[in-house]
Design a protein around this ligand. Structure first.
Ligand SMILES: [Zn+2]
Ligand SMILES: [Zn+2]
Length: 187
């Protein structure tokens, strides 16, 4: 099971949409995807950098990982509205750690509103799905892919996210299958 956790309150249709898409995809490997509930943002205040007004992404991963262990999940994906960064980067859409089997996606900069545009829930869901699939790909050992349509293509900006598809290209999918088999997962 891949556990999906909301960090702070998020809109259910968004969470459900991500869980449905990712669950539909990973079902081919016999892996289910489940929303396991909400954890509060407050304990992550240690990740807050007041100079940047952002949260250091990597701080979230061990906590998510511990939760995953408790749930006996193969991986944990956290979704947050908090604005994340990593050292050397202005911001990140998400982050993953394969050895911790955990990942986080921020919807902060996936929202049209962040760019002064009209809200678009459907577009937001599409973007969140792509980031979720991307970070889970990293959790399962995939690197960045040169194919601009592949979901494992690196997104430098929202434009890259919008251009790429929601699925792994055949090369990445084959790698994913091999890596999952190494983890003892077989369809
Ligand atoms: Zn990446
Ligand atoms: Zn690819």
């Amino acid at each position: 099971m891949i556990a999906v956790v909301s960090i702070g309150a998020l809109e259910r249709p968004l969470i459900d949409g991500v869980v449905e898409f990712v669950g539909d995809y990973y079902s081919r490997f016999g892996i289910s995807v489940e929303f396991v509930g909400e954890v509060p943002e407050e304990p992550f205040s240690v990740a807050f950098n007041p100079l940047r007004g952002q949260y250091l992404g990597r701080i979230f991963l061990p906590t998510l990982s511990a939760l995953g262990e408790k749930l006996n999940a193969i991986a944990v994906l956290g979704i947050t509205e908090l604005d994340l960064y990593e050292e050397g980067l202005n911001f990140i859409f998400g982050l993953a750690n394969p050895s911790l089997r955990s990942a986080i996606v921020s919807i902060h900069r996936l929202k049209n509103e962040f760019y002064g545009l009209e809200p678009d829930d459907e577009l937001l869901l599409k973007r969140a799905i792509k980031e979720a699939m991307h970070e889970l790909g990293h959790v399962f050992g995939l690197g960045h892919c040169p194919n601009p349509r592949c979901v494992m293509h690196f997104s430098n900006s929202l434009y890259d996210t919008d251009v790429k598809g929601s699925l792994y290209c055949p090369v990445c999918e084959e790698k994913l299958e091999t890596n999952l088999r190494k983890l003892g997962v077989s369809p």
